[in-house]
Each structure stands twice: as structure tokens, then as C-alpha cells.
Design a protein around this ligand. Structure first.
Ligand code: SF4
Length: 342
């Protein structure tokens, strides 16, 4: 994995205060009775050739962030820029051609590939739709190159998805994402359903493709262990908000937010002699319909104190791009700090 962002230019993707609130309808008249605050003011950037991972428990809104960027669900608020151009508020007719540059790979490769289509047609579809091949031979060359890129045999193009293993199907999904020449790929739990050894192969493939093509990756996962070997930076989400963001080394070695530390404590350490204290979080993630006041993590935080219940902590810079949203970082000696559950 190459280090990203050596020369500073405007990021490929900029997400500013992104919101997605799903209305709840009720009663005979179908009036809006409330909202699911799935994504509630999320800000981050992704550079060319960089991997940013968004991690958090299920229900934290991380997948909705990916879908809102691609407008698979329309954002409620905030701004999204691709290569400096605002894309969240332009008409869909202008947005669709830009989808060529932003593609998504989903968790379940089987349900995201049409079982009736042969591989050749699956890969040809985006190339033809975006008018990227001038002739049949050019189309064939592009398809052959895609098969090479994802390390699948060229002669497999006449097969259908059910004739492949789970890992091979995910390679097909990656090839389809690359087909229109995407420079940003959003991977939504793309390896979660795979066996451990296949997971590693797909992660290695993504890394190699990133180096070869300069791809930007937004890697959405519930599992910090998965992203450790792939990512340049990590954004940790809790209940619709980013609570910490840092480069990989800093996050794994010196995280600041109690929620990040709890997630990290569940990551297996390769050295059996090295002990990591396991932090067990109490309870479930609260409902995004009625998020807790103040710090949204306060109902589960082992260090909660008075101020946490009343005042929402803002993301604050810890230096070197590291940001965390926790009152402990502003008041190192809180009056009522509890002790961590281990
Ligand atoms: Fe815990 Fe308070 Fe920090 Fe929230 S602000 S993470 S409740 S210590």
C-alpha cells in the first residue's frame, strides 16, 4: 500500500456536513411524525489514490453515507464535491454521467449480479451505457483487460455468476465497477460475507488495483480488523456522526475517543504475548429516531460525566489530521469520570 496524498491538491471527494434524515409517516393522513437521523452532519475528504475507511456498528449510518454520495438515496442536507464540482444538488440528468467516475461494490456479490446475464454482458453493459467503446473489438479488448485486472481467466466471460465462487463473484463486481473507468469506488461491506482467506485475497486485489490505477477507495466496514491492512485513514461513526478520524497508524496506536478504543479492543492482536484490555460496551446502539442528548455515546460510555449528557462534543483537531469529538479531550480531569469496564 502506497502512502497517499504526497502532493496536496483539492481532494477527489469532499463531503461537508452531509445529512440524511428519513421521514417517518404515521396516522391515517400519512403525516410525518418524526425522522430517522441516519446521517447527521458527516464531514470528510478522500484524496486520489487514498483509502478512507468508515467503520462503526451496524445502524451507525455508514452505508447511508455511501448511498447518499451516489444519490441512491437523496441527501437531506450538506454538500458533496467531486473534483471540486458540487454534485449533491445538480439535476439527476447532469449527475448520471458523473456516476461513471463513482461506482459501488456491495456486500453480497450474488444478489448484485444478474443471474441471467453472462459475464461478458455484465461487463459490457456499463461500457456501452457510457459510450466508452467505439467498436466491438474495442469492447472485447476492454472486457479482456478487466478480466486480467481482477485476475480472472479471460475464457470465463461466457459463464454466468452462479458458476463462480463467492470470491470470484466479488472480483466480477469489482471488474464491473472498474468497467466505466471509475476513479472512486465505494465498497460497502464488500468483503464481510467472504471466508477469511478469500477476504484477504480481495483486500490484496483492491490494494493492487489502487496502486495500478490510482483509485480512491471509500471502504465501509463494521470491522476495524478488516480495514487495518488496507486503509490510509479511518473515520469512526457512531449514531449518524463521525466521532474520530485519523490516519491508520495514529488511530490504531493512539486513538482518543472511548468508542474507538472499545472497537479497537475487539481487534485480535497477532502477538499472543501482547495483551489488549477488552472494553465491553453496555447495551445496544440507541435508536437514531430519538438519539441521546449531548454526546450520543453517553448512554454507553464508561467515562461519561455530567457535561456529556447536556452538551454535544464537537470534532476537535488533535494535530496531524487527527480529530476526535469527546469532552475528555477538552477537560482532561472531569469531575465525575467513571472507570472503564473491562
Ligand atoms: Fe464519553 Fe463524554 Fe467523551 Fe462522550 S463526551 S465519549 S460520553 S467522555
Amino acid at each position: 500500500m502506497k502512502e497517499a496524498g504526497a502532493t496536496k491538491q483539492r481532494p477527489l471527494l469532499e463531503v461537508n456536513a452531509l445529512k440524511k434524515h428519513f421521514p417517518l409517516q404515521g396516522g391515517l393522513l400519512g403525516r410525518t411524525t418524526g425522522y430517522v437521523y441516519a446521517v447527521d452532519g458527516v464531514t470528510f475528504t478522500v484524496d486520489r489514490g487514498e483509502t478512507l475507511s468508515i467503520v462503526g456498528e451496524s445502524g451507525c449510518g455508514k452505508s447511508t453515507v455511501g448511498k447518499a454520495i451516489l444519490r441512491l438515496t437523496e441527501p437531506t442536507g450538506g454538500e458533496v464535491f467531486l473534483d471540486g464540482r458540487r454534485i449533491d444538488n445538480i439535476p439527476l440528468s447532469q449527475f448520471r454521467p458523473l456516476r461513471r467516475r463513482m461506482q459501488m461494490v456491495f456486500q453480497d456479490p450474488f444478489s448484485s449480479l444478474s443471474p441471467c446475464m453472462r459475464v461478458r454482458d455484465i461487463l459490457a453493459e456499463p461500457i456501452v451505457n457510457f459510450g466508452l467503446a467505439g467498436s466491438k473489438s474495442e469492447l472485447d479488448d476492454r472486457i479482456a483487460l478487466l478480466m486480467d485486472r481482477v485476475r480472472l481467466p479471460r475464457d470465463a466471460i461466457s459463464r454466468r455468476p452462479h458458476e463462480f465462487s463467492g470470491g470470484q463473484r466479488q472480483r466480477l463486481c469489482i471488474a464491473r465497477a472498474l468497467a466505466p473507468g471509475a476513479d472512486l469506488i465505494i465498497c460497502d461491506e464488500a468483503v464481510s460475507a467472504l471466508d477469511v482467506s478469500v477476504k484477504a485475497q480481495i483486500i490484496n486485489l483492491m490494494s493492487e488495483l489502487q496502486d495500478e490505477l490510482g483509485l480512491a477507495l471509500l471502504f465501509i466496514s463494521h470491522d476495524l480488523a478488516i480495514v487495518e491492512h488496507l486503509t490510509h485513514r479511518v473515520a469512526v461513526m457512531y449514531l449518524g456522526k463521525v466521532v474520530e478520524i485519523a490516519n491508520r497508524r495514529t488511530l490504531f496506536a493512539a486513538s482518543k475517543h472511548p468508542y474507538t478504543r472499545a472497537l479497537l479492543s475487539a481487534v485480535p492482536v497477532p502477538d499472543p504475548a501482547a495483551k489488549r484490555e477488552r472494553v465491553i460496551l453496555r447495551g445496544e446502539v440507541p435508536s437514531p429516531i430519538n438519539p441521546p442528548s449531548g454526546c450520543r455515546f453517553h448512554t454507553r460510555c464508561p467515562y461519561v460525566f455530567e457535561r456529556c449528557r447536556a452538551e454535544e462534543p464537537q470534532l476537535r483537531s488533535m494535530g496531524d489530521g487527527h480529530m476526535a469529538a469527546c469532552h475528555l479531550e477538552e477537560a482532561p480531569e472531569p469531575a465525575c469520570a467513571g472507570s472503564a469496564q473491562t
